[in-house]
Design a protein around this ligand. Structure first.
Ligand SMILES: *Cc1c(COP(=O)(O)O)cnc(C)c1O
Length: 392
């Protein structure tokens, strides 16, 4: 009954998906990334909604996540594990008909052996390293690797992909990565090695690097209405899917010169009202926001005062008329004409919006709503220059 919740607006998710579709254009398939509990939004509900909207593929980081989805959604949807796996996980890949990223001969061999035992074919996507330095076959060794992997029984090479390390920061390096990958796929085509799905584009590339879209894209962040770069907000209309809300649980008048919270890091300098909110870093609200972020109450911004505690936060509401116990407090999301974005919280706490939403703890119940969000009028089609496609 604690009123601290993460509200997940599934209509906003659908809206964002439609924008991505417009940007991608015809003939580009969609792999929606739902790893890490769908970036904290809830892997089951988010995936179910995306599948109901007709997407082609779900992308997860681990076999465990894929198994959760397979059990929940049944056999109709394709699921790709984007991470490397251990040998012990291979049988589950076969058992649950999961598509698996491969960049390692040992694992490929074990997959082949397991496929034969299960009398199945396993779909793999070969991961090429073009500059991320994480898992992946170095691009120089890719052709040899693929020639070798093609000969394994029980294996179908369905896809080939690479991952961009700096799409939001370094255009030249990103273009280089895309170039290397496209050269490789061309070389494979010339050799008569036909791999159906070719993919590179994360959210930033979907928005800013049209030539990275190839025939499948892998957006995550923008589906959740968040932006890889804050200045993109001007021209794009992705709507945040998650809001964090609670209610004022305690309120009192505080004279000047009283300390608030652990470590006496804040003292009142006038008579004011301090409200306590039942949310803290134990709920995944960053402690780094102590004394920095705002919360919305009665449509106004109220500053967090003092240190964020494990289960509680104090805000100064002295300037807010008629404030009372039970008032809604919005820590992420909109209230009235005000909005607190994940980008704002990320900037204040020295992180990225991804981490803000991923960090919301399991203790916070996700409440799913499916209502048509308020669209920003007149700007529903993404700006032509930014996304690199012609306006329809
Ligand atoms: C997380 C991830 C994505 C999605 O990235 P966004 O920046 O959230 O769009 C795409 N591809 C891979 C391999 C990933 O790990």
């Amino acid at each position: 009954m604690r009123p601290t919740t993460a509200e997940i607006n599934l209509s906003a998710l659908e809206h964002n998906l439609n924008l991505v579709r417009q940007m991608a254009g015809e003939n580009v398939r969609l792999l929606c990334v739902v790893k890490a509990h769908a970036y904290g939004h809830g892997i089951k509900e988010v995936s179910k909604k995306l599948v109901s909207c007709g997407i082609d593929y779900l992308g997860v980081a681990t076999v465990d996540e894929a198994v959760i989805l397979r059990k929940y959604l049944g056999s109709d949807v394709s699921i790709l594990v984007l991470g490397s796996i251990f040998k012990e996980e291979v049988d589950d890949v076969l058992r649950y008909s999961i598509s698996q990223t491969v960049a390692d001969r040992d694992i490929a061999a074990v997959l082949s052996e397991s496929a034969q035992r299960f009398k199945k074919t396993v779909k793999i996507h070969i991961k090429i390293d073009t500059g991320m330095g994480r898992i992946g076959v170095w691009h120089e060794q890719a052709v040899d690797f693929i020639k070798w992997a093609r000969e394994l029984s029980g294996i179908e090479i369905e896809g080939i992909w690479t991952h961009l390390s700096s799409a939001d920061e370094d255009e030249a390096f990103t273009n280089e990565q895309i170039y290397i990958f496209r050269q490789l796929t061309k070389e494979l085509d010339d050799l008569g090695i036909n791999i159906p799905l070719k993919h590179v584009a994360n959210s930033m590339a979907v928005i800013g690097f049209g030539h990275a879209r190839l025939n499948l894209i892998r957006p995550g962040l923008i589906l959740y209405g968040l932006y890889p770069k804050a200045d993109l907000k001007e021209n794009l209309d992705f709507i945040p899917v998650m809001s964090i809300k609670t209610r004022i649980v305690f309120l009192k008048e505080v004279p000047a010169g009283r300390f608030i919270s652990y470590g006496k890091r804040f003292a009142t300098h006038r008579i004011t009202k301090i409200a306590t909110l039942p949310i803290g870093y134990g709920d995944g609200y960053p402690r780094a926001l102590s004394g920095k972020a705002n919360v919305l109450v009665r449509g106004e911004r109220a500053p967090i005062v003092g240190t964020v505690c494990m289960d509680q936060i104090m805000i100064d509401v002295g300037h807010i008329k008629d404030v009372s116990v039970g008032d809604e407090a919005v820590l992420l999301g909109s209230q009235g004409s005000q909005q607190i974005s994940a980008e704002e919280l990320a900037q204040l706490s020295g992180t990225i919006p991804y981490e803000i939403v991923c960090s919301i703890a399991p203790r916070v119940p996700r409440v799913y709503i499916d209502v048509t969000p308020h669209f920003r009028v007149g700007n529903e089609i993404p700006h032509a220059e930014v996304c690199g496609v012609k306006k329809p």
